[in-house]
Design a protein around this ligand. Structure first.
Ligand SMILES: Nc1ncnc2c1ncn2[C@@H]1O[C@H](COP(=O)(O)OP(=O)(O)OP(=O)(O)O)[C@@H](O)[C@H]1O
Ligand SMILES: [Mg+2]
Length: 305
């Protein structure tokens, strides 16, 4: 049985008269990667800061069975985080940053591991003021995972990372989650998030509008077949007559369910001497699914006005 590492119940947060988090509740299981998505200003960073006790809010937060709040945050020792931009001291080296944050036991080993895992060796002994955006980001991630925390909270970790570093980070998160670390990760790069997240929280204007597993979300998303044939006009007529849903006037693109068989289509085409030149399967990814969810939520909100 998997263990609940983070439990958030009925979290409400206002800045002055503006409420930015509304009744946020969710749980995160041990070893899961939870993706947090939503437009600019949706409340992702505020939610993460609240979990980290950096800002006060109403509601309950439990981490590994222990309550955590603005004034009671012993358990946050078990949490590593990178929020927005890493706090970096310009005149200290990367290694000094790691030394400052590393806790016993096995401090030197932890520092060595973090340097290796984030590939920092080339510049870790230089003062941090000479680091590029991506180098700072990688140092920030190294600081977040340094003490092998049970929960790691990363706000936009792919910010400024080059493609190779992105891939390295993805593999690192996968490997750590497989050994039991739980991650809460916000990102606007949905194609990257799709590759690592097990669960997904979609936030819109401070409300969770979707809580799902990545697998369920993608299975429920639309699937398409794009055909190219020796006679597309005739093929189109045949497909429409047979009840297929064509979604484009410029190409033979049909919406299908994931288990649709190609056989009846091939038979009908064969009968009319139409040959198939190319077949492509297209799956709507996380990006399309999230955009659709946000658009339908907008419509609902406008309807309520
Ligand atoms: N310190 C603050 N004082 C007042 N309002 C704030 C403060 N911090 C955030 N907000 C407001 O709270 C809302 C949520 O902001 P937040 O930074 O959590 O969004 P986000 O989802 O992280 O956005 P982004 O994708 O741009 O990082 C916004 O309306 C923002 O203006
Ligand atoms: Mg943010």
């Amino acid at each position: 049985m998997t263990e609940t590492i983070i439990k958030v119940q009925k979290l409400n947060k206002s800045f002055g008269s503006k409420q930015v988090l509304h009744d946020i509740s969710f749980t995160g299981q041990q070893g899961h990667v939870i993706g947090l998505v939503g437009a600019n200003g949706a409340g992702k960073t505020t939610l993460m800061k609240t979990i980290l006790g950096l800002t006060s809010a109403q509601g309950q937060i439990t981490i590994d069975g222990q309550p955590s709040s603005f004034n009671h945050h012993e358990i946050l020792k078990e949490v590593g985080a990178l929020i927005e931009y890493p706090s970096i001291y310009p005149f200290m080296s990367g290694r000094d940053h790691l030394k400052l944050f590393a806790k016993e036991p096995q401090r030197p080993q932890k520092i060595q591991n973090a340097i290796a895992e984030l590939h920092l060796a080339k510049y870790v002994d230089r003062p941090a003021k000479s680091y590029s955006l991506g180098m700072k980001q990688k140092l920030g991630i190294a600081m977040a995972i340094l003490n092998n925390p049970k929960l790691v909270i990363l706000d936009e970790p792919m910010n400024g990372l080059d493609p190779q570093s992105n891939k390295d980070l993805r593999l690192l998160i996968k490997a750590k989650s497989q050994t039991g670390t739980t991650f809460l990760i916000s990102s606007h790069i949905l194609s990257e998030l799709q590759k690592i997240a097990d669960d997904l929280l979609v936030l819109d204007q401070g409300r969770i509008i979707q809580k799902t597993t990545m697998q369920d979300l993608l299975a429920a998303s639309d699937h398409y077949l794009v055909l190219s044939t020796s006679n597309d006009n005739l093929a189109r007529q045949i497909l429409i007559k047979a009840g297929y849903q064509l979604v484009s006037s410029s190409e033979l693109k049909l919406r299908i369910s994931p288990n649709t068989s190609l056989e009846p289509i091939i038979k009908m085409f064969d009968h009319q001497k139409i040959s198939i030149l190319d077949i492509q399967h297209l799956d709507e990814g996380l990006e399309d699914s999230v955009l659709k969810l946000l658009a339908s939520d907008q419509k609902e909100l406008e309807g309520q006005k």
